[in-house]
Design a protein around this ligand. Structure first.
Ligand code: CAA
Length: 261
């Protein structure tokens, strides 16, 4: 499908979703959120895509937040509806059964920081800036920021960042554990590709089940989490890729022919 504000392409097992609304620094209006939703449906249903990289178009911004011009005159009902739309889309990104890497190329503010946190992990360029500036606009973070930031960086740091609306650079985001790695801007996509290719060497069903087990386990008590792990672990033994992975080990074979089956 062709979109107005989102670019979608695939190459060698990797799906690239690029938020492309540069005149507003890739800010998320309802139209863009709806397109991201549809793009991730496409990605989810495309068996040729095994890993996803999410980034922003241009050199300046990943996503500069939810669209302030659209939000400015919203009433209570519209505000709630907009919040629910963003949350629905980001939850889809978080729960899609494929790894999603955020390649954060510039401003990741408000909804931009929030969409990056719905991804499995974040790689940042030295130009990236993160923050939840919402309280300075008279609102709370509305696309999951009050929930996911604390899960990523801990309660105290999340509260400090959200209450102060402070914007932090990529190195500080690395220090507090929000991003996995910081690279020069020209290295950002190559680095994301490198990690995607490391993932692609492994059994896709096993990787997908790991995502589900980790995500689900973080929301429940340890006994329930371990029970779910046992379930997905068992499920692996119904796959051809388990046979291939273990046979390759026994045969001392480096190359494995995983089939996603
Ligand atoms: N919404 C709408 N438009 C935005 C935008 C946003 N979040 N961020 C930037 N833009 C637009 C600007 O209005 C400007 O448009 P015009 O050229 O038509 O005036 C264009 O993008 C370029 O922006 P600037 O001229 O401001 O660029 P700058 O380099 O001077 O500043 C910036 C860059 C610091 C990111 C600044 O644009 C900024 O502070 N943006 C808003 C960041 C923000 O507060 N984000 C949180 C939004 S609230 C939210 O996300 C709620 C939620 O959780 C759901």
């Amino acid at each position: 499908m062709e979109f107005k504000n989102v670019l979608l392409k695939k190459e060698n097992g990797i799906g690239y979703v690029t938020i492309n609304r540069p005149k507003a620094l890739n800010a998320l209006n309802s139209e863009t959120l709806t397109e991201i939703d549809l793009a991730f449906d496409e990605v989810a249903n495309d068996d040729e895509i095994l890993v996803v990289i999410l980034t922003g178009a241009g050199e300046k911004s990943f996503v500069a937040g939810a669209d302030i011009s659209e939000m400015k005159d919203m009433n209570v009902i519209e505000g709630r509806k907009f919040g629910l739309l963003g949350n629905k889309v980001f939850r889809k990104i978080e729960t899609i059964e494929k790894p999603v890497i955020a390649a954060v190329n510039g401003f990741a503010l408000g909804g931009g920081c929030e969409i990056s946190m719905a991804c499995d992990f974040r790689i940042a360029s030295t130009k990236a800036k993160f923050g939840q500036p919402e309280v300075g606009l008279g609102i709370t973070p509305g696309f999951g920021g009050t929930q996911r930031l604390a899960r990523h960086v801990g309660l105290g740091m999340a509260k400090e960042l959200i209450y102060t609306a402070r914007i932090i650079d990529a190195q500080e985001a690395y220090r507090v554990g929000l991003v996995n790695k910081v690279v020069e801007p020209e290295e950002l996509l190559p680095e994301a590709n490198k990690i995607a290719n490391e993932i692609l060497k492994n059994a896709p069903i096993a990787v997908s089940l790991c995502k589900q087990a980790i995500n689900r386990g973080m929301q429940v008590d340890m006994d329930t989490a371990i029970a779910f792990e046992a379930e997905v672990f068992g499920e692996c033994f119904s796959t051809e890729d388990q046979t291939e992975g273990m046979t390759a080990f026994v045969e001392k074979r480096k190359e494995k022919a995983f089939k996603n089956k």
